[in-house]
Design a protein around this ligand. Structure first.
Ligand SMILES: O=C(O)CCC(=O)C(=O)O
Length: 278
């Protein structure tokens, strides 16, 4: 059983207002080491997985931007981490949800000298679920700086009530559908209108963002510093299945639009762990 520090009310308020919060030093070094080992195996065996992609190669850019989803299903080490680490407990405290389920996990590694950015996007537009209690937790396994690909978030964008067209990471092209509120606004071209927050991080820190918070990242221009990121998507009590044909990530087979996701094996319940205060 693992413990972690208590998440403060200030941190919860920041998440609710900004749509993102950086929790400093909530993950024990043993978990960082555990993930580094699991991640290296995934990187070394990328050729074995149909889920693994190199976005830099696909985009014709320099470097390597390894992208792989659903590792918990088939790669050693990830499921243990999701079940035993404090992530579900932290998500409960942030959302007030009584139970937390997994949507998926996602490895995003930008090796030194990778010029592929992560385009601005909202995670929720790629998901086959809807609800207020959908979170992404991003764990850096290296010191992360703006120039190595630290994520930036548009402050408060989760509360706009908008779902903009999702963008393909490799091509930067939008997927169109009448379901969306048009294209994403021009964030970079309007710095006075859109306030962005970029968290530089140390191993042990994690950022948590709401599924509708707009975010993105630069490439990794460092000649030697890796940027290994592991992102976990979690669901709370209010989440329902959304039958969205435009999403390429298929999950929840057999569920109908609006169904709760509780009983479906694609959305496993994450065990609770103890907080330092309990
Ligand atoms: O790691 C990145 O560059 C992007 C990650 C991301 O968009 C996410 O975790 O939601």
């Amino acid at each position: 059983m693992s413990t972690h520090r208590l998440i403060s009310q200030d941190e919860i308020n920041t998440f609710n207002t900004d749509g993102v919060v950086c929790l400093r030093q909530v993950l024990d070094p043993k978990w960082i080491e555990h993930l580094r080992v699991a991640v290296q195996v995934a990187l070394d065996h990328a050729a074995d997985s149909k889920n693994a992609r190199d976005i830099a190669a696909e985009a014709g850019k320099k470097g390597r931007f390894h992208n792989e989803q659903s590792l918990w299903r088939y790669r050693e080490g990830f499921k243990d981490f999701l079940l035993e680490s404090p992530l579900a407990d932290i998500a409960k405290r942030l959302t007030g949800s009584s139970r937390i389920r997994l949507y998926n996990d996602h490895l995003l590694v930008k090796e030194p000298g990778t010029d592929a950015p992560t385009p601005w996007h909202q995670d929720g537009t790629y998901f086959r679920v809807t609800g207020e209690q959908i979170l992404s937790m991003w764990i850096g396994l290296d010191p992360v700086r703006a120039e190595t690909g630290a994520m930036s978030f548009v402050r408060g964008s989760h509360a706009w009530g908008k779902m903009f067209r999702p963008r393909a990471f490799a091509t930067g092209n939008d997927r169109d559908s009448a379901a969306f509120d048009g294209p994403l606004p021009d964030i970079d071209g309007n710095p006075d209108t859109y306030e962005t927050i970029c968290y530089e991080m140390e191993p042990g820190d994690l950022t948590i963002h709401h599924a509708l918070t707009i975010h993105g990242a630069q490439g990794n221009t460092s000649p030697e510093q890796r940027r290994r990121g592991y992102s976990v998507r979690l669901l709370g009590d209010d989440v329902r299945y959304a039958d969205r044909s435009w999403t390429s990530y298929v999950i929840g087979n057999g569920l109908d639009d609006g169904d709760p996701v509780y009983e479906h094996p694609d959305f496993p319940l994450l065990r609770p762990v103890l907080t330092a205060s309990e």
